[in-house]
Design a protein around this ligand. Structure first.
Ligand code: SF4
Length: 213
């Protein structure tokens, strides 16, 4: 049974990679974390600036520990002890970094990258500014199409993030989206990247692992 599930996941990831490539993204899928990390680290060189998007997936694969071994400037606005001003400075610097690393809320089998952001720093850095962008996503982020991607975000990712951050939001209480109008709403910007934006260098790395929310 396990082999069957693996087979199914791998075919789904292959399909998604093919669709991403046809939409002019660079795309690969990895069956293990070591080869994923090696492929990311291939793009890292001493002295570069590396922006880290607000992402549990990035932090879940041990990437920050690898980067700590190299002489690079890591722009991580989730670092402990930062003031609001520090966070703003880091988010701005991420927009012009050498390498921006993030996950996505959903990747469709048709090759779309779908996100909903609160402030937009992550989706802005994905589409314009950094010299290179690598988006890392577990198989759990793959959905058939844009409509199911948006559904996934509103039913799973956003309520779980609201709960994780202990936000005063209705979805953090009930576990589902109320399309709220409250001041603290985290769903403010919807970004659907349907083709690699002109002049950008975006790779999507999928891994046969459940990562992030
Ligand atoms: S719109 Fe509001 S209720 Fe719905 S997921 Fe976003 S923050 Fe939660």
């Amino acid at each position: 049974m396990e082999n069957l599930r693996e087979w199914h996941k791998e075919r789904m990831m292959e399909r998604t990679v093919k669709a991403l490539l046809s939409n002019y993204f660079d795309a690969h899928f990895f069956t293990d974390r070591t080869s994923l990390l090696e492929s990311i680290m291939y793009h890292v060189y001493p002295g570069m600036t590396i922006g880290i998007g607000g992402s549990l997936s990035i932090r879940g694969i041990g990437l920050l520990e690898n980067l700590a071994q190299i002489d690079v400037e890591v722009l991580d606005h989730w670092k402990q002890g930062l003031t609001k001003e520090d966070i703003d400075v880091i988010r701005l610097a991420q927009l012009t970094c050498d390498l921006f690393l993030s996950s996505a809320n959903a990747i469709t089998e048709k090759g779309d990258i779908v996100n909903i952001d609160g402030s937009g720093n992550r989706v802005n850095a994905m589409t314009f500014g950094p010299k290179k962008v690598i988006i890392i996503a577990g198989y759990n982020k793959i959905t058939p199409d844009i409509s199911s991607a948006l559904d996934r975000i509103k039913r799973i990712a956003a309520p779980l993030n609201a709960k994780r951050l202990n936000m005063p939001l209705p979805c953090a209480e009930t576990g589902y989206c109320h399309d709220c109008k409250v001041e603290a709403r985290i769903c403010r910007i919807t970004s659907i990247i349907q083709r690699r934006p002109i002049g950008t260098n975006i790779s999507v790395y999928l891994i046969n692992e459940e990562l992030g929310l």
